[in-house]
Ligand binder design. Structure first.
Ligand code: ITT
Ligand code: NA
Length: 199
């Protein structure tokens, strides 16, 4: 049966395919781009969970099919959790990963290594056409490099070095990142619910 991935972020879609297929969900996974006539919902929530639920419900209601959504971002300790839910548009242009990363590095240029703690956060939401919902969160703790390293992943991956790692997320293979990531944790926690709902 079909499960809609309520996102247009190509990096997320690639990871969600691997995470959900890897967890044994051999379903017909399609991104929001398969439904171009459905407008994007405004992300008016103040938490990752609220925004993920908004996106999942919008697609489930409009299509009559189950939908999962991901709202995620980078939370920097010394910035009191920013960019947080504003991670995709930190530089002002939505989805310009390079500009967002460059701006953040510039803002943190004077911050010493011991104060560069940060984490990725992901809320994974499931919504059904009947209004049923479920949301779970995952986190990946780490520190921020002073310069980008690696070409894998997307977004802020080149500057986040997970705890206990010597590499950034962008220097890991996709499978290595998914095994520990905020997104991997959140969506793997959702899998039992998906199995029950999708059969
Ligand atoms: P959708 O709303 O269509 O899903 P979006 O890119 O607007 O796409 P978000 O509002 O959730 O999604 O923003 C997520 C941003 O957080 C993303 O653009 C990245 O900059 C960052 N981010 C999230 N997960 C990440 C990851 O695994 N690695 C690096 N950066 C990540
Ligand atoms: Na968002």
């Amino acid at each position: 049966s079909r499960l809609i991935l309520a996102t247009r972020n190509a990096g997320k879609i690639t990871e969600l395919h691997a995470i959900l297929a890897g967890a044994g969900l051999p379903h017909d996974l399609v991104g929001a781009d398969a439904y171009p006539e459905i407008p994007d919902v405004k992300e008016t929530g103040v938490t990752f969970a609220e925004n993920a639920l908004l996106k999942a419900h919008a697609l489930a209601q409009a299509t009559g099919l189950p939908a999962v959504a991901d709202d995620s971002g980078l939370c920097v300790d010394v910035l009191n959790g920013a960019p947080g839910i504003f991670s995709a548009r930190w530089s002002g242009t939505h989805g310009n990963d390079q500009a967002n990363l460059d701006l953040l590095l510039a803002q943190l240029s004077d911050i010493a290594d011991e104060h560069r703690g940060a984490h990725f956060a992901c809320a994974a939401a499931l919504a059904l056409p009947d209004g049923t919902e479920r949301v779970v969160e995952g986190r990946l703790l780490g520190t921020l490099r002073h310069a980008p390293a690696g070409s894998g992943g997307f977004g802020y991956d080149p500057i986040l070095q997970p705890e206990g790692e010597t590499r950034t997320c962008a220097e890991m293979s996709a499978a290595e990142k998914n095994a520990i990531s905020h997104r991997g944790q959140a969506f793997r926690a959702l899998v039992p619910v998906l199995r029950e709902v999708l059969g």
